[in-house]
Ligand binder design. Structure first.
Ligand SMILES: [Cu+2]
Length: 409
């Protein structure tokens, strides 16, 4: 059956619409809006190549369109069939070869030029199904700021602005790929290998990315962000990450949450400084429960703006919009307040906390992130789970756990 022209037009319009959506202004993962040195170098290469390729593309489409129209079926006889035209074939082989060879010169030299080793900060990045872990090594310095104790966080990579940072990227399970489009190209995270990637953000702000190597069912829910802070704010962030543990006040919901946490969560998750009744540190052993052998460090959960592979917001939509549009001069001040950002000084509850998302996660993580090893098939993985299992928590348990986590700021 012939498709009606109006339907064809509608399909063409829809296609065009999709294309334009891809060019939306202010798209957070827009490679054409570089925000750092490496991304700018890549942009400087891809634009001219894109224009040249665009012109070639237009010429090819014009020829195809012309041929389709000129030789359209009007019921005429099939023309005499011929084969081979050496002259044309040689031209059509040599011409693209010359164009590609000309492209290769700037492209290959740019690949080498991007591989700089002028870093002032090294951060270890480890991918696993389906989130990224960042590890700032004890005794290192980062953009002039000392890291006296190791800092381990998840999802949100905090870096000093206007500083060349070197990421050492690997994976604990399958191949992932780290990409923050506005800061640099991609780098694969491969088990057993270390790949380096240089990060550079001109100005304080938040730069969004996502895993770009298909890594299983929840690949689309494996996202990440880089947050750049000026030196003073970065120092403040480091100090806060290493601040001593604050036990909840006795008799509060959070205090109940602390024991609930120790009982239910601490076998997988680490909260630095938490001790048991006899004063011994409570140490997580995620390798005993999780296939990848790791779970996010929750010591300062409330300093992040999203969780679980940076997929679910820990702050409300309005707060996120405000934060993302914050000018670079004020960004750091706001960001450092975590879920307490934009909260009046006399308020007792954080204005931006997206409590619903966190409760939903604790109620049933596999429902939010298709990932969990089927409970009936656990013997195939020696009882280890992929991702966070459903712990069948009651409303009361969730209530006190949220109260406890809210103090991890
Ligand atoms: Cu991945």
């Amino acid at each position: 059956m012939l498709v009606k022209p109006s339907r064809r037009a509608a399909a063409a319009l829809a296609g065009l619409g999709l294309l334009l959506v891809g060019c939306a202004k202010d798209a957070p993962q827009d490679t054409f809006r570089p925000a750092g040195e490496n991304a700018r170098d890549i942009d400087g290469l891809q634009r001219p190549l894109f224009y040249v390729a665009g012109v070639v593309g237009l010429i090819v489409f014009a020829f195809i369109g012309y041929a389709m129209w000129k030789f359209r079926d009007r019921g005429q006889e099939i023309p005499e069939q011929s084969h081979g035209n050496p002259k044309l074939e040689i031209v059509l082989t040599v011409l693209p070869a010359v164009i590609l060879a000309a492209f290769a010169v700037p492209a290959v030299s740019q690949v080498f030029a991007l591989d700089k080793s002028d870093n002032e900060c090294v951060i270890n990045v480890t991918g696993q199904q389906w989130w990224w872990e960042y590890d700032y090594e004890k005794g290192s310095t980062c953009g002039g700021v000392e890291i006296p104790e190791s800092i381990v966080t998840a999802g949100e990579l905090v870096i000093p602005a206007d500083t060349p940072v070197l990421l050492r990227i690997t994976s604990r399970d399958v191949i992932h790929s780290f990409w923050i489009p506005r800061l640099n190209g991609k780098r694969d995270a491969v088990p057993g290998r270390l790949h380096t990637l240089r990060m550079h953000a001109d100005e304080p702000g938040i730069y969004v990315g996502q895993c770009t190597e298909f890594c299983g069912l929840s690949h689309a829910r494996m996202r990440q962000a880089a947050v750049a802070l000026d030196t003073a704010d970065f120092q403040a962030w480091v100090d806060n990450q290493l601040a001593p543990y604050q036990a909840p006040a006795e008799g509060t919901l959070a205090a109940e949450g602390e024991s609930e946490y120790a009982a239910q969560c601490s076998r997988c998750h680490q909260v630095n400084g938490l001790t048991d009744d006899s004063g011994n540190p409570v140490l997580a052993e995620p390798d005993q429960s999780v296939l990848a052998g790791a779970a996010p460090n929750l010591t300062n959960l409330m300093t992040r703006t999203a969780f679980a592979g940076w997929t679910f917001d820990l702050i409300s939509d309005e707060c996120r919009d405000r934060l993302w549009n914050e000018p670079s001069e004020t960004f750091g001040d706001v960001y450092l307040q975590g879920v307490w950002m934009y909260t009046p000084a006399d308020a007792t509850t954080p204005a931006c906390f997206n409590e619903l998302n966190l409760r939903e996660w604790l109620r049933n993580p596999p429902a939010m992130k298709p990932m969990y090893t089927d409970p009936d098939k656990l013997e195939a993985t020696d009882g280890l789970t992929r991702g966070m299992p459903n712990l069948n928590l009651t409303d009361e348990q969730i209530e006190v756990l949220v109260a406890y986590l809210l103090e991890r700021k």
